[in-house]
Design a protein around this ligand. Structure first.
Ligand code: ATP
Length: 378
């Protein structure tokens, strides 16, 4: 068992920066867990604290039921891969991979055999006698992973290990890493600022902001049900449409259209209350003909996304302020720039947030007992 338990974790740097600000988190045994968030939110500090590279100010860290809060990195049974790979330039790939085993006092023939076996599994067999300077970026990354994997630790900690790779290699490495983690079943915490990477790779993820966790969930939960406008605007390769709206008894007025107010939101909002109406471009459809539940606008931009396009509609908002609403359209159905169009939200996908604190108050899919909603309200 290698569950990771963080309780009341605080890391304050000299000068008063609270990079980790009272954080509780449990990563289950064998789980692939992503830490996601904007630059400076504390992801790396949190990972380095788990690794023991930072001394925490207060709180507790347990790995596999053992309190490791005050243990040195080497005593925590973890393996790390950082952005720069940190391979030893003067050592061959074989010696780099075998190095942690040497530290563990494994005999030379045995550790070389182990290094070779691991390298083989990562298609590095032909490169064992090269030095890091003679490898491509992707090969260096695999060598760093091989070094981490050869030890068979209880926990892997990865800090943006794919960030130096080009788009194609990155996709390959993503698949590889996910498969490897699944095969080995090693508890893994993975830092990234790339939401697509977190969605694609993790079993669960945490979205961080200013040293705290804003939401924890599976990629599907976080993508479909962000519990705050902060998370909503951070997740998704096309930004969530967030529009001012106002409650009008059992309806909601948004960009000149009257829509039904989701039942789950009714007990929690009052007549005349200002809300934020949210719908993903992928959960809206484009119509060229008038549609009573569609937000009407003029097509300003059409962006090719490979499969399909992203259409930006200029929609008249309150006080004649123009707002952009984005909607995806299937390939071959792109409208003309300058034409009129209606962006129709799928009612079951609409989310509503409070204007003042940006927290989720309701969605058409949820009822009053919805756990995601209950968590957001607490
Ligand atoms: P990025 O995605 O840019 O790497 P991050 O989410 O990993 O960011 P951290 O590197 O953990 O963020 O930094 C969190 C906060 O702590 C930031 O405000 C940063 O400026 C501050 N910080 C990091 N290291 C130190 C340090 N050694 N001394 C003082 N402040 C620091």
């Amino acid at each position: 068992m290698a569950e990771i338990e963080l309780r009341g974790l605080v890391k304050e740097y000299p000068g008063g920066v609270r990079a980790v600000d009272g954080l509780d988190l449990t990563v289950a045994d064998g789980e692939f867990f992503a830490l996601l968030g904007p630059s400076g939110c504390g992801k790396t500090t949190l990972l380095r604290s788990i690794a023991g590279l930072e001394t925490v100010t207060s709180g507790h860290i347990e790995i596999g039921g053992r309190d490791v809060t005050r243990l040195a990195p080497g005593a925590r049974d973890i393996a790390m891969v950082f952005q720069d790979y940190a391979l030893f330039p003067h050592m061959t790939v074989r010696d780099n991979i075998a190095y942690p085993l040497r530290i563990k006092k494994m005999g030379k023939p045995e550790r070389h055999a182990k290094a070779e076996e691991t390298a083989e599994g990562l298609s590095l067999g032909a490169l064992l006698d090269r030095r890091p300077g003679q490898l491509s970026g992707g090969q260096q990354q695999r060598a760093a992973l091989a070094r981490a994997v050869a030890v068979r630790p209880q926990v892997f900690l990865f800090d943006e290990p794919l960030s130096n790779l080009d788009a194609r290699l990155r996709l390959e490495a993503r698949t590889f890493l996910k498969r490897l983690q699944r095969e080995l079943g090693v508890t893994t915490v993975f830092v990234t600022h790339d939401q697509a990477e977190a969605l694609a790779m993790s079993d669960r993820m945490a979205v961080m902001d200013a040293g705290r966790i804003r939401q924890i969930g599976t990629p599907t939960e976080v993508f479909q049900r962000p519990t705050s406008t902060f998370v909503a605007s951070f997740i998704g390769s096309t930004p969530m449409n967030l529009l001012d709206s106002v409650v009008d008894r059992d309806t909601l007025r948004v960009a000149g259209v009257t829509l039904p107010l989701p039942a789950s939101a009714r007990p929690h909002v009052s007549d005349g209350e200002q809300l934020v109406f949210a719908a993903r471009p992928e959960y809206m459809s484009f119509r060229a003909e008038p549609e009573p539940t569609g937000l009407e606008g003029v097509v300003a931009i059409v962006e090719n996304m490979g499969v399909g396009s992203l259409v930006s509609l200029e929609v008249a908002g309150p006080a004649d302020v123009t707002r952009i609403v984005q909607v995806t359209v299937p390939e071959g159905q792109e409208p003309e720039i300058g034409s009129r169009g209606w962006a129709v939200p799928a009612p079951e996908r609409v989310l509503l947030y409070r204007r003042d604190d940006g927290e989720l108050v309701g969605s058409a899919r949820s009822d009053a007992t919805d756990p995601v909603l209950a968590a957001a309200r607490n």
